[in-house]
Design a protein around this ligand. Structure first.
Ligand SMILES: [Zn+2]
Ligand SMILES: [Zn+2]
Length: 346
């Protein structure tokens, strides 16, 4: 089969690899129908994720058809259409028993990280009974690719941890695919105001069409002052960080109202200053989380019932064999106006 293989920082190629086989009886082999590229894949390609070794097939999102099941699989059979979760979970370890699948002792985020991933014609999924979801008939499979990672990540790490409530004022810092997914899932809770902050006018315009009530371009406006003006100098009830650099997290610290929640979603590579000299008395809560995908079943229902439309995050489509070109387009997001790309295994 063909797959996108990582060959060290800055190097990748679409090349021939052995088709995966069942290694444990709890595995399935899946023929990929559609997959995508994540910001995390770009971090890996920069060399930021040293656990990813040369020769690894990238990708942790997608939908597919079951080709083969191990003898211990009870929930799935050959020919089933399935959604692949970015988080693999054994369902039996201490963390899984607590619903913290992200920290499963035998799984967690392993696809396209510690084991071969989904940017390939076929993929092996361990603990498949716990790590796959049936796709209902007539569902929009392309939209469901957004449920492998970005929708549950945005909802669990941003909206749930941020405790967004009706009437709240919410600021989302970062209008990339994850920030926009926070924006659409935050609206389950009818906040009064959602202020989107980014440095890309195109993404801010997209955010307005997705329900942002105000937008701030922090490259040419003072984001702190503008948020204060929009909130009668109180600040926001919930600040969600969806970039992963010190400046954006510190902006969240500066705009949070007393009693507020700062929910981190971004992947950080550097330390961030914690301004306890101003925050110590403000009754605020700061949260971090790796997505557990405990809300995937719920999100699947909201998408299939058309209450939520994640397909609007998709801007570009490519054949899977053109994945290297798709990476270029995804990487040059500002000039190409890219949000999420879909790769189709034809
Ligand atoms: Zn991802
Ligand atoms: Zn586990």
């Amino acid at each position: 089969m063909k797959a996108l293989v990582y060959h060290g920082a800055g190097k990748k190629s679409w090349e021939e690899k052995p088709k995966p086989v069942i290694l444990e009886q709890t595995d399935t082999i899946i023929k990929i129908i559609k997959t995508t590229i994540c910001g995390t894949d770009l971090h890996i390609l920069k060399g930021d994720v040293p656990e990813v070794t040369k020769g690894r097939i990238l990708g942790h999102e997608g939908v597919g058809i079951i080709e083969e099941v191990g003898s211990a699989i009870t929930e799935f059979k050959q020919g089933d259409h399935v959604l692949i979760s970015c988080i693999t979970s054994c369902g039996k370890c201490e963390y899984c028993k607590k619903g913290m699948y992200s920290h499963c002792e035998k799984g967690g985020w392993i696809l396209g990280h510690l084991i071969d991933g989904t940017q390939a014609e076929y993929v092996r999924i361990p603990f498949a009974d716990n790590s796959l979801y049936h796709i209902p008939e007539n569902a929009d499979e392309e939209a469901l690719v957004m449920l492998s990672d970005i929708l549950p990540t945005a909802f669990e790490c941003g909206v749930l941890n941020g405790q967004v409530k009706p009437g709240d004022t919410v600021a989302i810092v970062g209008a990339g695919p994850i920030g926009l997914a926070v924006l659409i899932t935050a609206q389950f809770y009818t906040p009064a105001k959602i202020i989107m902050i980014d440095i890309d006018d195109n993404r801010l315009n997209v955010a307005k069409t997705f329900g942002a009530t105000q937008t701030i371009n922090s490259s040419n406006e003072n984001a702190f002052e503008k948020v204060m003006n929009l909130t009668d100098k109180r600040g926001v009830d919930v600040a969600i960080e969806a970039v992963g650099v010190p400046a954006t997290f510190e902006l969240c610290e500066s705009i949070i109202a007393s009693g507020g929640h700062i929910a981190n979603v971004g992947v950080h590579g550097k330390s961030v200053s914690l301004h306890l000299e101003t925050l110590w008395s403000k009754n605020i809560t700061i949260t971090t989380r790796l997505v557990d995908t405990v809300t995937t079943s719920m999100l699947l229902k909201t998408v299939t019932s058309k209450k939520l439309d994640p397909a609007k995050l998709i801007t570009h489509r490519f054949a899977l064999k053109d994945v290297e070109h798709a990476y270029d387009v995804f990487q040059n997001a500002a000039t190409e106006k890219t949000l999420k790309v879909i790769l189709i295994n034809e």
